[in-house]
Design a protein around this ligand. Structure first.
Ligand code: MGD
Ligand code: MGD
Ligand code: SF4
Ligand code: MO
Length: 729
């Protein structure tokens, strides 16, 4: 039997590490790191290697499943499933209009270009507005900050890790997460290189994380970063450390920003942040006077009550100190495949162009807060959500108030999911349709891969044919449209490409597929071969000939503000009204409540990936359990011992899990991983126990972050009690 080696790359997280797949007779034998990938150079994490468990999992869904009345599933043919879904959708649209149809797409969608495009066109074609994603639990606040600053939601500036002298990192733990919104597969090396060349890495985090431990840790109270950052700006402006020349050349509104920051000297914010005023002054000064410096934040910056403001202020810190768009500072992201540019140019990456039916919250790139899905389903009236597609998502575990969402899903007229597994969400679906894994499809990096200090491109061909009856998601939407008699290209994001698409059609180049579109964009993009006009440019053939990928530039470009910023005169806007209002409202809602004395935050674990890798025997080795981490002093106060089973209660719900007592936590703070408490078709995951932390978080529209409608997942007020105490009461 032929054993083959295939070069590919991992698409579980944003590092996109190069991998080698060993394949025998069309089945995956194993995965190992690719030593010849120019960026990851033989590195991968345990999840990347253990993906072989997922690929070959006997619990994986490999045929369309239809739910019976008793809640169990039966296998059906694709034809039966698609005919029935198309028919039911047609009836729902006829009776209630397209606005009754919606979709939620989960995190894995961000790692392939095809699904988001085609499912988006499908929904647009039906006239649906109910679009939701994991973004409202992850990064939408970052998108809104970018929209306000740069006029472009897709512009996510990133730290020039290889050249910076000072990395100020807030709310990120890349030694575990492997980097998000910055692509650096060897981020451990990149960070240690900073200190080795005499620079600094300061990590602002309530928990002494793996990253904080390796560098300088600045513990902070959860959800107080806005105050901390305003104080840093106050110090920088008041001590004349701002780069006025850069501010005049690159920005508008900086004097207003200086004025509002003046109200937040470090002495005033210390009680809220827990950070010593002199220490913070020192860091602000050192940041401002470093040869180059950059502020970077991720989920710990995005998921609090002021996530948009915090993301905004982080960028402001780099900008005010003259570190925007220059070596060692904060670089503008730039696409190799200008997919987002297409959206920006078409004016489709919108913000606040419409408000949600429930809660009156703004749309962010055509999506609404996923926390609203439950209410949108159960609230009657015009635009009530009646049919939902869930693609590569598990919102029952990842969106606030999972229990309410779970109940609401049963009220839908139609729930269809495209996934690898029966998970906690789609076990309520009418149909679970088997999707391909990343090894079974073609991909090129885009989106967050644009945040790469080294400009790089790689294309991955499918390693083998889809297992069982698995199908690419985009083909499912294509096929549904066909069965409903709809043309996907009549409306939506590809409308402006109609001329090109028709040209392709007329010249017999054939059916419009996502791959054709992406390859077209690659060729006309900034590094493309322009169909032969630029001999050194890239094209699909060159990528095929270089399967490990091609380094297009050692360093990402600087001096590109004019192209990156979509504001008048290409100037960054430092005092948008939304931000001024947000600063004025700081302190409206004080978190301290004696009934809930502790603050819960999230954390990521090396051998988990949100909710979906707990069925891998390799990753679950050693009897892994779900545990909440708590400081010894808080444990003693609550009468908890190591490993005790506890009840954690918030104003919105209660869960039971185990505790781990560790002084890596700041006093008053509890860290609880998300994505546990399984009850799906993944048997090992079900046996692992644990609880869904999103039973503690709120889906009340009034509790969502105001500017982006973000779920507030960090800084959740809780109390902890030992279960034994509760039983003896
Ligand atoms: N409390 C709390 N909640 C959180 C967070 C937190 O920090 N704290 N983090 C949030 C963040 S950052 C995120 S990104 C979200 C994630 O939220 P979701 O995206 O809703 O959840 P995942 O656990 O990533 O589930 C992904 C699903 O996709 C399936 N899947 C995997 N690969 C593929 C594929 O190629 N195709 C298809 N069709 N399906 C696939 C998996 O089987 C799984 O069912 O969770 C958020 N929720
Ligand atoms: N191993 C592993 N890797 C992953 C994932 C995974 O589940 N497992 N998920 C992937 C996904 S979907 C994403 S979005 C990325 C996320 O990537 P990161 O954001 O780098 O990941 P986290 O580990 O959640 O880091 C967030 C940090 O913020 C801190 N924090 C919480 N609240 C606050 C606060 O109020 N202020 C400050 N300053 N810090 C706070 C937390 O203690 C935590 O250390 O990781 C990706 N990579
Ligand atoms: S860090 Fe791990 S999960 Fe992320 S891309 Fe690399 S191998 Fe995959
Ligand atoms: Mo995420």
């Amino acid at each position: 039997m032929a054993v083959e080696q295939h070069v590919t790359y991992c698409r579980i997280c944003e590092a996109l590490c190069g991998m080698i797949a060993t394949v025998e007779d069309g089945r995956l034998q194993s995965l190992r790191p690719d030593p010849d990938n120019p960026l990851s150079r033989g590195r991968a994490c345990p999840k990347g290697v253990a993906f072989a468990d997922i690929q070959n999992d006997t619990d994986r869904v490999l045929a369309p499943l239809r739910r019976r009345a008793d809640g169990t599933f039966e296998q059906v043919s694709w034809d039966d499933a698609l005919d029935d879904i198309a028919g039911r959708l047609t009836r729902i649209v006829a009776e209630h209009g397209g606005s009754a149809v919606g979709q939620y797409f989960g995190n894995p969608i961000a790692f392939g270009y095809a699904t988001g495009l085609w499912s988006g066109m499908f929904l647009t074609r039906l006239g649906g507005h109910h679009q939701y994603s994991s973004g409202s639990q992850d990064i939408n606040s970052r998108f809104v900050a970018s929209k306000l600053l740069y006029g472009a939601a897709s512009q996510i500036p990133f730290p020039d890790l290889p050249r910076t002298d000072f990395l100020f990192m807030l709310g990120a733990n890349p030694l575990v997460s492997h980097g998000s919104a910055v692509r650096s597969p060897r981020i451990r090396d990149d960070l240690s290189a900073i200190t080795r060349r005499g620079g600094r890495v300061v990590v602002v985090d309530p928990r002494r994380t793996e990253t904080a431990r390796a560098y300088e840790h600045l513990p902070v109270r959860p959800d107080s970063d806005a105050w901390l950052l305003l104080s840093m700006l106050q110090v920088i402006f008041s001590e004349d450390l701002a780069d006025t020349d850069a501010l005049i050349a690159q920005t508008t509104g900086w004097q207003t920003l200086r004025h509002i920051a003046a109200g937040f000297p470090p002495e005033d914010t210390q009680p809220r942040t827990g950070v010593d005023a002199e220490v913070l002054r020192g860091i602000a000064r050192d940041f401002a006077t470093a040869g180059s410096a950059v502020a970077y934040g991720r989920t710990g910056a995005c998921l609090g009550r002021h996530g948009t403001l915090v993301s905004f202020l982080l960028d402001a810190l780099s900008i005010v100190t003259g570190n925007l768009d220059r070596e060692g500072g904060m670089l503008f992201s730039q696409a190799v495949i200008p997919l987002e540019d297409m959206g920006e140019k078409a004016g489709r990456l919108t913000y606040n162009s419409a408000r949600s039916r429930i809660g009156d919250l703004p749309e962010v790139i055509s999506t609404y807060p996923a926390a609203l899905i439950a209410e949108e389903i159960i609230t009657p009236g015009d635009g009530q959500l009646r049919a939902l597609f869930v693609t590569a998502g598990n919102p029952v575990l990842t969106v606030p108030n999972g229990p309410m969402l779970e109940k609401a899903l049963d009220e839908l007229d139609l729930l269809v999911s495209l996934d690898l597994y029966v998970n906690e969400t789609n076990r309520h679906a009418d149909y679970v349709l088997p999707a391909t894994t990343f090894l079974e499809r073609h991909d090129v990096p885009y989106s967050f891969a644009n945040c790469s200090p080294t400009v790089f491109i790689q294309a991955a061909e499918p390693v083998f044919a889809p297992y069982g009856q698995a199908r690419n998601e985009w083909e499912v939407f294509d096929e549904l449209a066909r069965r409903m008699g709809l043309s996907l290209f009549a409306a939506g994001p590809l409308e402006r490409f109609n001329a090109v698409l028709h040209w392709l059609d007329r010249h017999g180049i054939g059916r419009i597929t996502p791959r054709r579109l992406v390859e077209l964009l690659m060729r006309i993009g900034p590094y493309g071969d322009r169909f032969g006009l630029r001999r050194k440019g890239i094209n699909p053939r060159k990528l095929k000939a270089n399967p490990h990928g091609i380094v297009l530039a050692e360093h990402a470009r600087t001096g590109i503000r004019a192209a990156a910023v979509r504001q008048p005169e290409s100037k960054v806007v430092l005092a948008p009204e939304e931000i001024l209002t947000e600063v004025c409202s700081l302190g409206d809602r004080h978190p301290d409540d004696p009934d809930f004395p502790l603050m819960a935050i999230g954390m990521r674990e090396m051998r988990s990936q949100n909710s979906w890798m707990h069925n891998s025997p390799t990753l679950m080795k050693g009897n892994r359990r779900h545990r909440a981490r708590i400081h010894p002093a808080d444990a003693a106060a609550a009468g908890l011992s190591e490993g005790a089973t506890v009840r954690i209660t918030s104003p919105h719900g209660a869960i039971e899990t185990e505790v781990h007592i560790t002084d890596e936590m700041s006093p008053g703070t509890v860290a609880i991983p998300h994505g546990w408490g399984h009850q799906g078709g993944w048997q090992l995951a079900n046996r692992a126990g644990g609880a869904n932390v999103n039973e503690l978080t709120s889906n009340d529209a009034a509790d969502l972050e105001r500017l982006a409608g973000m779920s507030v997942l960090n800084g959740v007020a809780v109390r902890i009690e030992p279960i034994a105490d509760l039983l003896s009461r």
